[in-house]
Design a protein around this ligand. Structure first.
Ligand code: 5GP
Length: 203
């Protein structure tokens, strides 16, 4: 690959962290700050929409059987079974945007992140940490959008997810939201500006 091929592409950012840590709020803040250079990859999931969620906004919602067919058609850059539901990153959106020179954020779990890293070793991996596990637990409980069973599952998973933090290049602690947004903004700014300097005319 020559240097002009490399600079044509956007960066791929992976944001992971335990359920309830605030990844979605943080990702939204980044997209608002850096649009149109940075775009958010909307995942497909077989989980039911929560109150207030709209198809095509937070996720593309579908039945488990539909998801399985999409796996067979190789439509996902990665997919994983998380908290009893399928979640996957649509391949076409990802590739099209990277090829167009836009940077893409994936808000995905640690299993998905490890798979993406194999295919896209240059990915910039960011792990969001809670200030303490107790703080995370109380956030998950406060959010209380899930059944008690699913809640327990999420807490167990949160512990397992935290073990993966060392695989990530950056860790951001989400204690004070504005401070976390500031830290994340600096990370993104570094890469966005680097790419702008190399290739100012991103469409
Ligand atoms: P939630 O159901 O709370 O929206 O998301 C549960 C978990 O699934 C979160 O950790 C989220 O990052 C992860 N997730 C969302 N979309 C994807 C995806 O496309 N692939 C993978 N592997 N995980 C995802």
């Amino acid at each position: 690959m020559n240097s002009s091929q490399i600079t044509r592409k956007g960066y791929l950012f992976i944001v992971s962290g335990p359920s309830g840590v605030g990844k979605t709020v943080l990702c939204n803040a980044i997209v608002n700050r850096f649009a149109p250079d940075v775009v958010y990859s909307i995942s497909t999931t077989s989980r039911a929409p929560r109150g207030g969620e709209t198809n095509g906004q937070e996720y593309f919602f579908c039945a488990a059987e539909e998801f399985e067919k999409a796996i067979e058609r190789d439509e996902f850059a990665e997919w994983a079974f998380v908290h009893g539901n399928y979640y996957g990153t649509p391949r076409q959106f990802l590739v099209d945007n990277l090829d167009a020179g836009r940077h893409v954020i994936l808000n995905i779990d640690v299993q998905g992140a490890m798979k993406i890293r194999e295919k896209f070793p240059e990915s910039i991996m960011i792990f969001i940490l809670p200030p303490t596990f107790d703080a995370l637990e109380s956030r998950i409980r406060k959010r209380n959008m899930d059944s008690e069973h699913s809640l327990r599952h999420r807490l167990e998973n949160a512990r397992k997810e935290l073990d993966y933090r060392d695989h990530y290049r950056y860790t951001v602690i989400n204690d004070d939201l504005n401070a976390a947004i500031g830290e994340l903004t600096s990370i993104f700014a570094e890469y966005v500006e680097k790419r702008q300097a190399e290739q100012p005319a991103v469409k």
